[in-house]
Design a protein around this ligand. Structure first.
Ligand code: FES
Ligand code: FES
Length: 210
């Protein structure tokens, strides 16, 4: 059997340039976890159902199990590790809201939930409860702690709404975009438009079953 084709991949992850040569079939989530040891991004299904693998790609939440590392070449990734650096300041507002609302049990879904909620607040600074629930429809909590997760999302959105802000949190890695329109413009200007378009087909909402 011939050896798997390998490709060089260079990304900016949480503000740092990272490079590796990996098999072409390597998923972004496995690149993050296995090559960069950023294990805060979880794998719950590998089939785009659970949202545990959600990260921000150029400021847009995507499920990293549906993106090849090679597709993300040249792009910026923010993982849960990029939101609050130990010893260097406060938690991201969404993380703080999770703490305040006791919005996690085992915590396996939490990184993906946090990344999805940051995207929601970036798009809708003052979401209603039904908008929160819809935005999280692509994220599964197997502990079924949805009530407190929704409460945390609504709490995290309060400062953004009060300030008229369009971004939910200070991001140590990169400034999130103003919203989907800005993101689409940024992506349209990217070096590889067909790849970027396919990446944004992997946005997080709307895939939960059962
Ligand atoms: Fe990616 Fe479940 S591991 S959606
Ligand atoms: Fe356990 Fe959500 S807190 S899966």
């Amino acid at each position: 059997m011939p050896a798997a084709r390998e490709v060089p991949v260079q990304l900016t992850v949480n503000g740092a340039r990272r490079a590796a040569t990996v098999p072409a079939r390597t998923l972004l989530v496995h690149f993050l976890r296995d090559h960069l040891r950023l294990t805060g991004t979880h794998v719950g299904c590998d089939t785009t159902q659970c949202g545990a693998c959600t990260v921000a790609l150029d400021g847009v939440a995507v499920k990293s199990c549906t993106v090849l590392a090679a597709q993300a070449d040249g792009h910026e990734i923010t993982t849960i590790e990029g939101l609050a650096i130990p010893g260097e300041g406060a938690l991201d507002p969404v993380q703080q809201a999770f703490q305040d609302e006791h919005a996690l049990q085992c915590g396996y879904c939490t990184p993906g939930m946090v990344m999805a909620i940051r995207q929601l607040i970036a798009d809708h600074p003052n979401p209603a409860e039904d908008e929160v629930r819809h935005a999280l429809s692509g994220n599964i909590c197997r502990c079924t702690g949805y009530q407190n997760i929704v409460a945390a999302a609504l709490r995290a959105a309060q400062p953004a709404a009060a300030q008229g802000a369009t971004q939910p949190a200070a991001d140590h890695a990169a400034e999130p975009p103003a919203g989907p329109a800005a993101t689409q413009r940024a992506v349209a200007n990217a070096a590889e438009p067909p790849v970027a378009e396919s990446l944004h087909d992997n946005r997080t909402a709307g895939k939960r079953e059962g």
